[in-house]
Design a protein around this ligand. Structure first.
Ligand SMILES: Cc1cc2nc3c(=O)[nH]c(=O)nc-3n(C[C@H](O)[C@H](O)[C@H](O)COP(=O)(O)OP(=O)(O)OC[C@H]3O[C@@H](n4cnc5c(N)ncnc54)[C@H](O)[C@@H]3O)c2cc1C
Ligand code: SF4
Ligand code: SF4
Length: 617
């Protein structure tokens, strides 16, 4: 349930179907409903305020946009390249044309930031004595470390490998995620003052509590490949699991691969292994998957790129035996399958077709059936928290980041005794939503992709947006959701923001009214429009008033900062009592966006509805 929905239940008792509104006696073609959070933010596991940073990019404010992303995502350049972007699936633009290219926009500002320096710990960060240990330097461990360091804790990360990054380094190929991007973003986190101990495997995280750490976050990921379970799998030359294969390829231990390669599986590891095998020179690469393309867990765009690079697919095929000669693999015995009833994963179960056995010749088989934990991940003392893939099964980078945030929240709550609010409270907000979404169709910007014939080695294939492309793409955003959730209002006057005070309501609520700008210029006294709500059979009257800025002349020093930022030229400097200069608001121009309020150093500006007498001075 949305936060505003919860708040409104208390204030207005709104039934789920909404309440109809009459404006000046005429029933409007709208329904008044609680404003839900923007779908993109709801869709992001880490709760990144997408609408805010997309809006800032549209206005060319890239620094500020990056700061908004970094509030919830310490690895923007990495996610800007490999995030599975569940936010785009939720984007409201899907109802009109195509989703806003949120992932590429994130990449754009992250690349912009690489040239503008690393994140820094604010000078006012408190210093806490407690030491917290993090096991595993994958995205989950890095996120929890970054959050806890920003809260002032002393953080040490223990990593089994000779390099931090986890599957970012050992799983995802450099042509999708260049290593300098990983290095720079991890260094930016470590620069906050986090200790990293490499080549140190911790199998019993409880032991770290005995060594003086106040809490442990255990995020070892899933480092062990799932086996095919066929005879001779561990004995034959020519069969390798995907994690092993990818690691050896990235380390330069395997530089070329000749002949026919079969990759078994349908997830990220299978697609990446196939594309790496192609780059190592394999003559023919075929992915063997027991369901159909529609059920493949790998991202659609990666499947399409693999196809473009010449990877072939054998769907509805299941391996049942390994063919070999003199301890060397020569082929795969398979059966054809049909799709049956859905299994526990919700996908339709592959059912072997009797008598359909056949053989595919192969020089190499790469098994990519998924990963599992390499050690036990439960049964630890209370102060050990489990996170990332290890907590819920192989997932995604953004899920690992979300789990890192949650781990930091829980560890901080344990060590500080602070009760951390899950959701921030804010002014409840209503929206007079038009029944149908009527927005102009605008085509989605496309980043430049390296043509297949130019793809060499592990060079990155996707180019970033240019600043012009990014601003154009960002301006496709519809700014769904409530005004009061983000910093956008400080930059972009939401012309339709009004304050609604019902006669029987103790608190006002913010309301946006689409297509009724005229209300701002009404001459009725006091300014505003009378409204009637029919609620549970009773008519309740109310007044819709514009929200405007007010200057307290006793506090104002006429410094002029508000004049510089007001997007509507609604402020001017005037002489007040005894000739003192103050800033005054022109109510006909002011749109109540609040920008001036945020920059006023003396607290002289406030947003209100009624015209304060002192203001007229
Ligand atoms: C081939 C491949 C491609 C992928 N592609 C994508 C993609 O495009 N998009 C996406 O969102 N996700 C992708 N994923 C999934 C994503 O990488 C993982 O979900 C994510 O990295 C999990 O993060 P984590 O921090 O939980 O674990 P990991 O990234 O696995 O990190 C765990 C770390 O802990 C260390 N460790 C393990 N055991 C110990 C121990 N006992 N002591 C000390 N250290 C230890 C490991 O060395 C590792 O560095 C892909 C995964 C693979 C394998
Ligand atoms: S249109 Fe903008 S605010 Fe609405 S869901 Fe898409 S990105 Fe989010
Ligand atoms: S006066 Fe202040 S609140 Fe009014 S439009 Fe200008 S910046 Fe926004």
């Amino acid at each position: 349930m949305s936060r505003s929905g919860e708040d409104l239940d208390i204030v207005l008792n709104i039934p789920p179907e909404g309440i109809r509104l009459k404006i000046d006696g005429i029933e409007a073609d709208f329904q008044l409903k609680p404003v839900a959070d923007s779908p993109c933010r709801v869709g992001c596991p880490a709760g990144v305020n997408v609408k805010a940073y997309v809006g800032l990019i549209a206005r060319g404010n890239f620094d500020r946009a990056l700061a908004v992303v970094r509030e919830r995502n310490p690895l923007p350049g990495i996610c800007g390249r490999v995030c599975t972007h569940p936010c785009e699936a939720e984007c409201r633009r899907n109802e009109i044309d195509e989703p806003v290219a949120i992932r590429q926009l994130k990449r754009f500002i992250a690349d912009y930031a690489l040239s503008s320096g690393p994140a820094v710990l604010p000078a006012e960060t408190p210093q806490r004595r407690e030491r917290v240990a993090v096991v595993g330097a994958g995205p989950a461990g890095l996120t929890v470390a970054s959050d806890l360091r920003r809260l002032g804790y002393q953080v040490t990360i223990f990593e089994a490998q000779n390099r931090p990054g986890g599957m970012l380094v050992w799983g995802i190929p450099p042509f999708r995620l260049p290593r300098n991007v990983i290095e720079e973003e991890i260094n930016s986190i470590l620069n906050l003052g986090i200790e990293l101990v490499l080549n140190t495997r911790i199998d019993n995280p409880g032991q770290l509590l005995d060594e003086g750490f106040a809490a442990v976050f255990f995020a070892p990921g899933h480092q062990q490949s799932i086996r095919l379970g066929l005879p001779f799998e561990d004995e034959l030359e020519g069969i390798v699991d995907s994690l092993n294969f990818l690691k050896r390829a990235y380390e330069g231990e395997v530089r070329s691969l000749k002949g026919r390669v079969l990759v078994i599986g349908g997830g990220d590891s299978a697609i990446d292994s196939a594309r790496v095998a192609k780059r190592l020179g394999a003559d023919e690469v075929t992915i063997v998957y027991r369901r159909t393309r529609a059920e493949m867990p790998a991202a659609e765009e990666e499947i399409a790129e693999a196809e473009r690079e010449g990877v072939r697919f054998e769907f509805l095929v299941q391996p049942v035996g390994l063919i070999h000669r003199e301890r060397r693999l020569t082929g795969l015995r398979c059966v054809r399958c049909e799709l049956g009833e859905p299994d526990a994963s919700g996908r339709r179960r592959p059912v072997p077709v009797p008598g359909s056995e056949f053989i595919i010749d192969a020089d190499w088989v790469i098994t990519a059936l998924g990963q599992k934990p390499a050690q036990p991940v439960s049964g630890f003392p209370d102060r050990v928290f489990i996170g990332g893939d290890a907590a819920g099964g192989p997932a995604t980078v953004i899920n690992a980041i979300a789990s890192g945030h949650e781990g930091a929240r829980q560890i901080d709550a344990l060590l500080s005794g602070r009760k951390v609010a899950v959701t921030a409270s804010r002014v409840p907000e209503l929206e007079l939503a038009p029944a149908v979404l009527t927005a102009v169709r605008l085509s989605r910007s496309q980043a430049r992709i390296l043509p297949v014939h130019s793809r060499r080695g592990f060079e990155e294939i996707e180019a970033p947006f240019t600043p012009e492309q990014a601003m154009q793409e960002a301006s496709r955003c519809l700014r769904c959701g409530p005004c009061s959730e983000c910093v956008l209002c400080s930059y972009n006057c939401p012309k339709h923001q009004l304050l609604l005070q019902l006669e029987d309501m103790s608190k006002p609520v913010i309301m946006r009214v689409h297509g009724l700008e005229g209300m701002f210029f009404t001459d009725t006294e006091p300014r505003g429009i009378k409204v009637e709500f029919s609620r549970q059979g009773t008519v309740v009257g109310g007044l819709v008033q514009p929200l405007v800025a007010h200057t307290d002349p006793y506090l104002c020093r006429a410094c002029g900062r508000c004049l510089e930022v007001c997007p509507h030229q609604a402020l001017k400097t005037v002489k007040w009592q005894s000739g003192i200069e103050i800033t005054q608001v022109d109510y006909q121009r002011c749109r109540g966006c609040g920008t001036c309020v945020t920059v006023c150093p003396s607290g002289a500006l406030q947003l209100r509805t009624e015209i304060a007498p002192a203001d007229n001075g």
